[in-house]
Ligand binder design. Structure first.
Ligand code: ADP
Ligand code: ZN
Ligand code: ZN
Length: 739
């Protein structure tokens, strides 16, 4: 085939935030040559009838489209590239690996205001009205220009404004401002942001490292300047954070910068506070609690290099960091590093490793309960394990024990020995933590007469009773309704069955009437201020009993807690998901890690109906490490990751048939090579969720390259399937959950 080579004028190849798997060709604006349009810069452009912001990803000699069909870019936004070569390379890699359209990948990497065209420079342009402008407002010249009038009025009212403020106000502010400026009605001046070039100051000297910490630090230090992958495996309280701080100190001393990723813990990253306490330097935080404007400012501090440390959740893995010296991923096992909603599903932990490799810097993954994937990487020589087996200082490691629920009397979810242990620890003046991974009052509302169970009308799920608000709520779709007074089927009285945090709180308040209690869950702790207040009550010693969900297992240290009770460990013992055991072991060890800091040894009691279960036995006898070895062996036998690679094609539709029909067509279309197996399609484990029906088709292969070649051929065909029209579908490469 002899395709005519593309010819014609130079074109810009542009990424747009659309689900189309391609770049878009545009001509430069009339007044600018191609060479003046830097690759990596953003532009305003017409797209259909809309104006969009796009990012230039390449220059090309010509287009496959005839030149008369090419449209022109309206306006260049950035004089300097927003995304440098390395970052663009990284985003392209992510787009290919996750088989996701590049335009949406670029969009995921940028704060919302940048996607909408806000200025990216650290220097702010300040605009103000001139005397002529003020006069013009009163007179004739602007009578027919309402937008110019409005903008001028605004500038006068606010005594000037930065381009950033203006970008938040009006959509067409640039054009309007240009017209005002041409008439001499406004003037601008630049306010540069100064870079702090001097070596950053340590506010306080770090602690003297213990010998294991020192060895870990030395290994990472020796690796600086090139790619190396480290797994810092240390029990909670073993001093991992102190090692991070020393590595960062070293990196900063070399004039480089550090990127730190932390889990989405809902409120504020703990590590951020420790960084501020240690370093007198600009730190850019990129977490989920920021307003759009704060996020933009932090991003700009990262991009300009003003910030020496960038710390953030998942999407911060895409943050621009000039002179990057190290990437640190704290609590690397945490599921929140995986983006598992929306179109672009990626693992920030895995991407951090790739980015470190591309930039040529070390990546340091830290955890008390490393992901099995990370332990596997150590086993096959892709990562170096650095162990901190002991708690720092004098703190002892807590002991774990099982409480056989079948053998003991229970008082509404709490076994007699657990209550006795609570009495003892409280009597000694210590604090007690009760972990139950379920919020609300009770997970089920049941009619004892006819067996009716309150269902969610949008999901295949039961509704949870919330007493505080007298509602029934669905924890899957968010639907809420008032608590019914009687059974809708037979009129009989209804009974809440099972326990949630609210109910455990009620039971404990009755049982330990004069012991102050504080509850940690999404209903009781909604804002950062709530969390602060709750933590203050615990740390001051005022509150003595802590009841809470997952929220309690992350980040916080409770030095006066000496007893941890785990109430409903059994939930995931028999889950079909191949990762359920790993998650459970991690949760138990993480919650156990909250107990017994300082000099007080801790005790952890796990209530279970299955004390003989191998997972629990293993965990108790051999710790997380022993559990992990056994779990990896099981994964190897069953050919689950990391011994195979998975990609999950999900679809959802208004009917189960629509969701399945798309996947059946996708399967019929597929021509997998021998090494790739397709399993399904099947309905998802909760088939109906938020009124939509979900189904899935799993692709599995021991050979990653073969799987990806197959996906690269297969996916573009799916866009074209007629069955794709009625459904939403997405591909999840390396899915976290497959059932
Ligand atoms: P991790 O991040 O592993 O949970 P941290 O770094 O937070 O552990 O350390 C736990 C506690 O031990 C903290 O109070 C910390 O100040 C203290 N600590 C850490 N390293 C040392 C050290 N080398 N000497 C004394 N105390 C230390
Ligand atoms: Zn009934
Ligand atoms: Zn629901």
């Amino acid at each position: 085939m002899s395709a005519t080579p593309p010819s014609g004028p130079g074109v810009l190849r542009i990424a747009l935030d659309t689900p189309l798997r391609r770049l878009f060709d545009y001509l430069p604006p009339e007044d600018l040559p191609l060479g003046a349009m830097p690759v990596g810069a953003r532009v305003h452009l017409p797209f259909g009838r809309r104006q969009l912001v796009g990012t230039i990803l390449a220059h090309a000699a010509g287009s496959e489209l005839p030149v008369e069909r090419l449209r022109r870019v309206a306006e260049l936004i950035d004089a300097e590239p927003l995304l440098d070569d390395t970052l663009r390379g990284f985003l392209s890699w992510a787009s290919e690996y996750y088989h996701h359209p590049i335009g949406e990948v670029v969009a995921a990497a940028l704060p919302r205001l940048l996607r909408e065209g806000a200025p990216a420079l650290a220097a702010l342009t300040h605009w103000s009205a001139t005397a002529a402008g003020t006069a013009a407002l009163a007179g004739a010249p602007l009578r027919r220009a309402p937008q110019q009038r409005a903008l001028l009025q605004r500038l006068i009212a606010t005594q000037g404004a930065s381009s950033l403020d203006l970008a938040e106000g009006a959509p067409n502010w640039r054009g309007t401002l240009r017209k005002l400026s041409e008439q001499g009605f406004v003037v601008s001046h630049e306010e540069p942001v100064t870079l702090q070039d001097a070596a950053p100051l340590l506010r306080v000297q770090g602690l003297t490292l213990g010998s294991e910490q020192q060895a870990a630090f030395a290994a990472v230090r020796a690796g600086l300047g090139g790619f190396a992958s480290f797994l810092l495996d240390g029990v909670t309280g073993s001093g991992k954070t102190e090692v991070y701080l020393r590595v960062i100190e070293e990196v900063l001393a070399r004039g480089q910068r550090a990127l730190v990723l932390v889990p989405e813990i809902g409120l504020t990253p703990q590590l951020l506070q420790r960084l501020h306490e240690r370093f007198d330097t600009v730190i850019a935080p990129l977490h989920s609690q920021l307003t759009d404007r704060e996020r933009l400012l932090a991003w700009r501090d990262a991009r300009s290099g003003r910030a020496r440390i960038v710390i953030g959740t998942r999407s911060a893995v895409f943050a621009p960091v000039p002179q990057l010296g190290v990437i640190i991923v704290d609590e690397e096992h945490d599921a929140s590093f995986k983006q598992h909603e929306g179109g672009f599903r990626y693992s920030a932990r895995d991407l951090a490793i790739v980015r470190a490799q591309q930039v040529g810097v070390p990546v340091l993954l830290g955890s008390a309960t490393p992901a099995l994937e990370s332990l596997y990487n150590v086993a096959v020589g892709k990562a170096t394990r650095l162990s901190l087996p002991r708690r720092a200082g004098a703190a002892a490691t807590p002991t774990l024990a099982l409480l056989d629920l079948r053998a003991h009397a229970q008082h509404r979810g709490l076994s007699a020995p657990l209550l006795l242990a609570m009495e003892k620890h409280l009597g000694d003046g210590n604090q007690v933590l009760i972990f139950i991974n379920r919020r609300g009052y009770a997970p089920t509302l049941l009619c004892k007469a006819c067996g009716w169970i309150a269902p969610c009308t949008h999901c295949d799920a039961r509704l949870t009773v919330h007493r505080a608000s007298d509602t029934l709520a669905c924890h899957h779709c968010g639907a809420q309704q008032p608590l019914p007074t009687g059974c809708p089927r037979c009129g009989h009285e209804l009974r809440p069955v099972g326990q949630g945090t609210e109910r455990i709180e009620e039971v404990l308040r009755e049982r330990f009437a004069d012991v102050p209690l504080v509850r940690f869950d999404r209903d009781s702790v909604q804002k950062a201020a709530d969390l602060e207040a709750a933590l203050l009550r615990v740390n001051s010693g005022e509150a003595r009993i802590l009841v809470g969900t997952q929220m309690l297992t992350k980040g916080h240290h409770f030095p006066q807690v000496t007893l941890v009770g785990v109430l409903n460990a059994d939930q995931s013992l028999f889950s079909a998901d191949f990762r359920a055991a790993e998650r459970l072991a991690q949760t138990i060890i993480q919650v156990a890690g909250r107990a017994g800091r300082a000099a007080k040894p801790g005790e952890v009691l796990i209530q279970t109906d299955y004390p003989q279960h191998p997972l629990l036995q293993n965990l108790l006898a051999r710790g997380y490490d022993g559990f992990a070895q056994a779990a990896l062996a099981e994964r190897a036998d069953a050919r689950w990751p990391p011994y195979s690679r998975l990609a999950l094609l999900r679809s959802s539709g208004k009917t189960a048939q629509a969701a399945l029909a798309f996947l059946e067509q996708a399967r019929a279309q597929a021509q997998p090579p021998m090494q790739v197996k397709l399993l399904g399609p099947v309905p998802a484990s909760m088939a109906r969720r938020a009124g939509r029906h979900h189904a899935q088709l799993l692709a599995e292969s021991p050979d990653r390259a073969a799987l990806h070649r197959f996906l690269a051929d297969w996916l573009p065909q799916l866009d074209a399937l007629p069955e794709a029209r009625g459904v939403r579908w997405s591909l999840d490469v390396d899915p976290q959950e497959v059932f």
